[in-house]
Design a protein around this ligand. Structure first.
Ligand code: PLP
Length: 351
């Protein structure tokens, strides 16, 4: 096996930077459960400012951010509208149902995008006693299963307007909101202006070891703080984690453009390999999906790993590669030549 493995499984494999390790060592600390950790407080203020919200709360993961975020908007027995390929619907242990007694109501995902008409069509009539109360719409930007698709400012507003007009709140799963902002060249607060709450991850492209933030109004974040406590994540010297987040927000956002450029090169290169089926045109940010219809996944993955390349088989004969901090352009070129070599014996699938 090659000595250095190029790991494109996820942007969660990123390791903290030197500056983050130093910041952790030097962080000013206090008991965050009583609001006295100065570094956690500083990160929360920075996060709220970046997202254009009044307040923010540090939580342990994106999953917890979404769960706390959803619980803080809803009552037991409510219905929550969500895209049928949303992370919070597919990959979060049905936390809304398990913990919150919520019914998730999926609407079709169109390559990362929702249709406002399809959202509006499933909002319940509040006066009909047969129905649960629809209280929340969840959006996702960038959209993970939508190949990192970006929701524009206008698209977010159009969806949020439908929800708000009918009395629903809107929660945005912005695990990769900074990727969306960088791709569009707009400050993230423009992408969150029309939603009531947003969560974003520090531990993906921003390279922190742990942590996500949830942002919203002062009153909403006070509820979220209780929910975080309920879920067992009231932390003590949380500044150890938060210190990395401060570095991430100051130093790691603009460089996401490099990941996007690398993903484009990767997607175009994969599209040129005859055995691969993919559409490089839909790659907005750092996530690339592709199919290899004529090779069994175990064989393909093993062949690539033997040459030093790792990535994920997400379903059937579909694969995902994610670019991130630590992956350079030379790694992309190397990854493409490994895939080409492994697939060299395979013809193009018949159209
Ligand atoms: C990764 C991810 C999450 C969950 O984050 P964890 O920190 O892994 O719990 C939520 N939403 C999206 C879109 C993600 O990609």
């Amino acid at each position: 096996m090659a000595s250095k493995v190029i790991d494109l499984r996820s942007d969660t494999v990123t390791l903290p930077t030197e500056a983050m390790r130093r910041a952790m060592y030097e962080a000013e600390l206090g008991d965050d459960n009583v609001g006295e950790d100065p570094t956690a407080n500083k990160l929360q203020e920075m996060a709220a400012e970046r997202m254009g919200k009044e307040a923010a709360l540090l939580v342990t993961s994106g999953t917890q951010g979404n769960l706390v975020g959803i619980l803080s908007h809803t009552q037991h027995g409510d219905e929550v509208i969500v895209g049928d390929e949303a992370h919070c619907y597919l990959y979060e242990q049905a936390g809304g149902a398990f913990i919150g007694g919520l019914q998730m109501r999926p609407v079709p995902n169109h390559r990362g995008h929702l249709d406002p008409k399809e959202v509006e069509a499933v909002i319940r009539d509040p006066d009909n006693i047969h129905f649960p109360r629809t209280s929340l719409l969840c959006l996702e930007n960038t959209h993970n299963r939508g190949s990192g698709a970006v929701l524009s400012v206008q698209e977010t507003k159009d969806l949020a307007d439908v929800a708000h007009r009918r009395g629903l709140a809107v929660h945005l799963d912005g695990a990769r909101i900074f990727n969306a902002a960088v791709a569009l060249g707009v400050p993230p607060k423009q992408l969150t202006a029309d939603v009531d709450s947003v969560t974003f991850c520090l531990s993906k492209g921003l390279s922190c070891p742990v942590g996500s933030l949830i942002c919203g109004s002062v009153e909403y974040i006070a509820r979220a703080r209780r929910m975080r406590k309920l879920l067992g994540s009231g932390m003590r010297q949380a500044g150890i984690i938060a210190a990395c987040g401060v570095v991430a927000l100051n130093e790691m956002v603009d460089r996401l453009a490099e990941d996007h450029a690398n993903a484009k090169v990767l997607a175009n290169g994969l599209a040129n390999i005859p055995a691969i089926v993919t559409d490089p045109g839909i790659v907005d940010t750092n996530i690339v999906f592709f199919d290899v219809p004529d090779v069994p996944p175990a064989e393909f993955l093993k062949g690539c790993l033997e040459h030093g390349l790792r990535f994920q088989n997400t379903a059937g004969r579909r694969y995902r590669m994610v670019t991130h901090y630590g992956i350079e352009r030379a790694d992309i070129d190397a990854a493409l030549s490994i895939v080409s070599r492994v697939l060299a014996p395979v013809q193009a699938p018949r159209a």
